[in-house]
Design a protein around this ligand. Structure first.
Ligand SMILES: Cc1ncc(COP(=O)(O)O)c(C=O)c1O
Length: 377
């Protein structure tokens, strides 16, 4: 078995078209035909064209093909890469075409897409609690775990059993804990999605998304749809994402270890900050046995802390030295977000942390000085 670190650096060797050690950035939208070997479209099938030399970049382009080799091997399926996580989610809906979708707390953009498809084409949206009551064969259960913004886990196998008992498919949004942290195939997932903008991109400088399916036929159908929806990952982004993937394993493991250490500090000292900290949320604080099985490779680097007041939230984010106050997650730089800035449906005193690759004790010192200041105010 080839190990993950090697896969991330070599899975695309077979797609290398040049002698350059660093893959070139291809900005071309169109590629010359080989005039010595001209076979009309009518005499080929679409997939032979797509899997051969590049023709037009909305169909396929060299760095997207290389990325799909990396993701397919690493994510243990057939990977299709998109220009955002939202595009990946939409592509899954177009492909599966369910009559009903079952979703709990999950990224608001995915809810918005399901609502749009409902508005235009009649897709009915239900909660996870309603699976037994309404789900039928061909429907889709969409589960985000660990879940935004808390970083807590939901039992994939339990939801898979409930979905499959009704003939529905289960899609896991594994953005908050990509492998090696969590492997949704082991717990009954039928399709997996990631916003590659987060931990895969890892440097807060690109948008992308990935869908992973189990069979070549579905991947080909997804690629066919992607051509006409125009949602292939961009040329420059595909280069940036590939460069990021080379170091993905070390980054995410460091982020996971850092988050676990910082959360340990917060839960150990919560009592000392009784005027500031109201609630802590993270998978490392959950005691249900499924959590350790599911996050076998490490905890999600995202967690949340609820403070006593909105005023404290404003002050807390401005006292931090190493945590930038911004939305999003997964980058090498630690971020905090007072979620009230972007989400009015969530506890308005919740601060979401996305832990980066800095030294954990520096980050703990920084959080400590901000909490001390608020506790002693
Ligand atoms: C869990 C989750 N899924 C999907 C998305 C959408 O991804 P993108 O922003 O790449 O479209 C996000 C974005 O924040 C997310 O957090």
């Amino acid at each position: 078995m080839v190990h993950l670190a090697t896969t991330l650096i070599h899975a695309d060797d077979k797609n290398n078209r040049v002698s350059d050690v660093a893959p070139p950035i291809n900005v071309a939208t169109t590629y010359r035909y080989d005039n010595d070997n001209l076979i009309p479209w009518a005499e080929q099938d679409e997939m032979t064209v797509l899997e051969g030399d590049p023709v037009y970049s909305r169909e396929a382009h060299p760095n997207c093909t290389r990325l799909e080799s990396i993701f397919s091997q690493f994510l243990e399926g057939e990977a299709v890469v998109y220009n955002s996580g939202c595009s990946a989610f939409h592509a899954a809906l177009v492909h599966i075409n369910p009559k009903r979708i079952f979703m709990g707390q999950s990224y608001f953009g995915c809810h918005a897409i399901a609502d749009m498809v409902g508005r235009n084409y009649g897709l009915k949206k239900h909660t996870l609690e309603e699976i037994e009551q309404y789900a039928e064969k061909g429907d889709l259960v969409h589960l985000e775990t660990p879940v935004n913004p808390f970083g807590t886990s939901i039992d994939i196998q339990a939801i898979a059993d409930r979905a499959h008992a009704k003939g529905a498919l289960l899609m896991i949004d594994s953005t908050f804990a990509p492998p090696p942290l969590q492997k949704p195939w082991d717990f009954g997932a039928d399709i997996i999605m990631h916003s590659a903008t987060k931990f895969f991109g890892g440097h807060s400088d690109l948008l992308s998304g990935v869908l992973v399916v189990k069979d070549v036929k579905s991947a080909r159908e997804l690629r066919h749809d992607r051509i006409h929806l125009g949602t292939i990952v961009g040329n420059l982004e595909s280069f940036l994402l590939m460069r990021s993937m080379r170091t993905f394993e070390m980054r995410v493991l460091q982020q996971s270890r850092n988050a676990t250490e910082i959360m340990k500090f917060l839960s150990d000292y919560k009592g000392s900050y009784d005027k500031v900290i109201r609630e802590l949320h993270h998978s490392s604080l959950q005691s249900e046995p499924f959590v350790a099985k599911q996050l076998a490779g490490g905890q999600t680097p995202v967690f949340s802390v609820c403070l006593m007041s909105q005023e404290q939230c404003k002050q807390f984010v401005s006292k931090l030295k190493y945590f930038q106050h911004a939305t999003s997650l997964g980058g090498v730089e630690s971020l905090v977000e007072w979620r009230a800035m972007s989400d009015d449906t969530i506890d308005q005193t919740l601060i979401r942390f996305s832990i980066g690759c800095e030294n954990a004790s520096d980050l703990i010192e920084d959080v400590k000085q901000a909490l001390d200041a608020l506790q002693n105010a």
